[in-house]
Design a binder for this molecule. Sequence first.
Ligand code: NDP
Length: 483
Amino acid sequence: MHPRENRRPPACLLASSLPPPPCRAPAMSQARQRSAPISAGAATKPAAKPTTKVAQRTVPNDFGGPIGTGSLIVLLPVIVASLYLFCNEEVGCSMFPTGGLSALSAAARTSIDSFMAKASWESFGTAWAIILGWFGFHVLLHYVLPGPVRKGIINDDGSQLSYRMNGMAEFFVSIGAVLAAHYVGIFDLTYLYREFAMLAVVAGIFAFLLAIYSYVYSVSVDCLKSHNGNSGVFIYDFFMGHALTPRLFGLDIKFFCEQRPGLIGWVVLDIACLLQQYRTFGAVTPGMALVTFLHGFYVFDTFLFEEAVLTTVDITTDGFGFMLSFGDLCWVPFTYSLQARFLAFAPESLSNIYYLVCLVVGVAGYLIFRFSNLEKHYFRHHPDHPRSKALKFMPTKSGSRLIISGWWGIARHINYFGDWVLGLAQCMATGYTHIIPYFFAFYFAGLLLHRERRDEAKCSAKYTDDWDRYCKLVPSRIIPGIY
Ligand code: NDP
């Protein structure tokens, strides 16, 4: 499987425009070591004598440079808040309510008033207990649950980190635990729906504090610096992440946050919304069942191919700063669950045929996404496999071979297309009367277009005129037929 195959949102949220460094030791090629007593991200013996822990200086020009990244630190929480303010059970879910701007500001005022009426020191404290409890629970599971250990790439200083791949076990154990707690009456999961806004606020504050911790760590400990957040400009480095693999009580918080509490928390929030819908309306609608299934399956799939994360830009290149911290812990769970939250108070009743179409679109998107990524992975890592041998390819001066048939003969980023179609199906399951639940489709399209531009620039620089030749052979960029 190829790096970046995991669709982890934070990176998606703000994928860096800098190319990743060469992966000198791709995770997939590492020998398997099962259940070694090692924590995720534990440093193992250096593959070479450490040279330096200072990565080369970053030119601060990603995301509009210091001004752009500074603005995003404000804008991203505002987007999370807006998705709630304009889409909740008090005000419905319309971005353009009849009555224009004044109605819009009235909706925001109503939402804020209702939030303030419910808010108390007690609910604030409870939200902290839930967020910290969930985070701590996952730290515990991360250390105790078994899983194979895989090595990441060799870093600039020659060190190589080992990671325990026990995400699947954590996924099932933690979800099983919260469901058990709900059904035996220890914790009513619908509380997460009712206190959604307060939990989002606390998750945002927590993510911000963790980003501050990571920055302080980066300047006070002799640690590896990231490739993308080493400009010397505070706000830029704070956003992009200055430390490559910051630690908290020995835990590699970047890998942990990327993969665990937020991603699984997203599924738990979906379940809370589903239970709320059942409580309010006495039934679970097909749309809600479909949204929960598609989201849950997506996260399940991420853990099924968990090793792929080790060669992603997030792990190899990005630091752990506001971008990843906020993305992982607040953005993912609290914006990705929007479709389920919407259906919890505004269930649509559409025909079974419509939902069947959504399911077919989702499955089709998933199959394109998965098979195209697997095709490239097999071709690159198992060239003697019959499937790889059946593919046509183009040799290049760089030594790498580019596939020109199969999925990769259809479009140069057909995998992005499949990924987006799957995301669209998740939105479609909310019906077609409201635009806000389609937020993910718009956001993800922007993300993948940005990413495609970035990858083209990287490949063009790497393959030079071979890339031009390849583009003539496979002219479509992402969508077949669109050049
Ligand atoms: P790709 O998997 O498309 O990998 C691009 C690289 O593949 C190129 O840089 C090149 O690398 C190699 N390559 C390109 N064309 C060919 C070819 N014809 N034959 C062989 N190798 C080729 O990109 P990503 O890593 O960005 O994405 C992987 C998956 O992750 C996608 O499915 C995407 O949708 C998903 N994703 C999800 C995100 C999210 O957050 N939700 C964010 C980003 C990605 P080389 O130098 O090795 O030749």
